[in-house]
Design a protein. Structure first.
Length: 403
């Protein structure tokens, strides 16, 4: 029956993480998987989350199925987090939101919706983007293309080329955009660039699809929502998938949402209905626990203040690691400019290392990066950042081909 089924090659990031776990070397360093680790190398349990979870568990009670679209308090809290409680898009009821199984689940539900209700629309993702973006949209039956984004020479953004490409796309093309903390490069649009991009999206009648998995890790919770709020204020229709995996350190709870900003409340009702139908045909309804913990953190003023402080500390620790890595690299390899480590934002950086150099880094120094050269800065700490920089400098000195 299944003789024709091909073996699964494995996800490149998750498989690399499995290899890291098997590595017996005591000083191994994992900078591959997108998880925030603290300065002791552990996944933190946030005090705000622990207290919210205790409140939720203490209530006890039955555990019925949630509505298809998820819990109302969670969905409302998500809208206020993304757009602001007083934003016209929220107060007018023109945002349709579902609680999803992580932001990945939200991305896939949105992809299925597009395939059903915008037939012929094709998807454009940044070059490069998170590998799973292409997989999920193609898995929904959509054709996926790329637009220019990362500039390997400068470690920055090919913004002019990006705009030029988007101006050629047919109406109703879907444009996948990272709202902040671009994965995998760490290169973000500035506010001025978003303001220049939005008129192009409107004039070409393009459909933005924002991925916001790292809100709070760039410039702060409010600042990192700039793209979503600017698009909504401009009156554009768009999708936005967001996640609490990183910002609340609740990875395994699969806690996320998908929101669709619509032209008016009537269309939002219809969109929500079809999103629910899509969910019903997929996983039927989301889980209770993670969503209620997140909703409690977001809506309890005391817990919200604790969470914002904890998230701020995580953001500042990553920034400190960026600065330390830059300083050591600049000292060890004086002929190169590593300023891109300081201008890139969030958990990730494109190091500029080639796949061959990454292999040497792993095999000879036990430092694990994705073969694209992506580094997760959140895996660095005071005990391993200098060793990482020294290893990278030694690999660069070997003269292997550099990206």
């Amino acid at each position: 029956m299944f003789h024709h089924v091909e073996p699964f090659a494995g996800d490149p990031i998750l498989s690399l993480n499995e290899d890291f776990q098997k590595d017996p070397r005591p000083n191994k360093i994992n900078l591959s998987i997108g998880i925030y680790f603290d300065d002791t190398g552990r996944i933190p349990v946030l005090d705000s989350v622990r207290r919210a979870e205790a409140q939720h568990v203490a209530k006890g009670g039955p555990k019925p199925y949630l509505p298809i679209e998820g819990a109302a308090n969670f969905r409302s809290a998500v809208q206020q987090l993304l757009f602001g409680a007083d934003h016209e898009a929220v107060t007018s009821g023109r945002v349709a939101t579902i609680q999803s199984v992580g932001s990945s689940g939200g991305l896939k539900v949105g992809a299925d919706f597009i395939n059903r209700w915008l037939p012929g629309s094709e998807v454009w993702v940044s070059d490069p983007t998170w590998d799973n973006h292409r997989s999920m949209f193609e898995g929904a039956g959509l054709k996926v293309h790329t637009y220019p984004y990362y500039d390997a020479a400068s470690g920055g953004l090919r913004f002019a080329e990006m705009l030029s490409t988007l101006r050629t796309l047919p109406p109703q093309s879907v444009v996948l955009l990272h709202a902040c903390c671009h994965n995998p490069t760490g290169v973000d649009l500035t506010r001025a660039q978003w303001d220049e991009l939005i008129p192009v999206l409107r004039e070409r009648r393009l459909l933005p699809y924002l991925d916001l998995a790292y809100q709070g890790f760039g410039d702060g919770i409010e600042a990192d929502a700039y793209a979503a709020r600017a698009l909504a204020s401009a009156g554009l229709s768009f999708f936005i998938a967001n996640s609490f995996s990183k910002s609340m350190s609740v990875y395994g709870e699969r806690c996320g949402a998908l929101s669709v900003a619509c032209p008016d409340a009537k269309q939002a009702v219809n969109v929500l209905g079809q999103l629910k139908f899509t969910v019903r045909r997929n996983y039927s309804s989301p889980p209770i626990h993670g969503g209620q913990v997140a909703a409690t953190v977001l809506t309890d003023p005391a817990l919200r203040a604790v969470w914002e402080a904890e998230l701020g500390s995580m953001r500042e620790r990553i920034l400190a690691m960026r600065k330390k890595l830059h300083a050591v690299m600049q000292a060890k390899v004086p002929g190169r400019n590593f300023d891109y480590f300081l201008t890139q934002r969030g958990m990730f950086s494109y190091t500029g290392l080639s796949a061959e150099q990454v292999d040497v880094l792993r095999e000879q120094h036990a430092v694990y990066l994705v073969r694209s050269g992506r580094m997760c800065l959140a895996g660095l700490n005071v005990n391993n950042v200098e060793a990482t920089a020294v290893a990278m400098a030694q690999v660069l000195a070997q003269g292997l081909p550099r990206r």
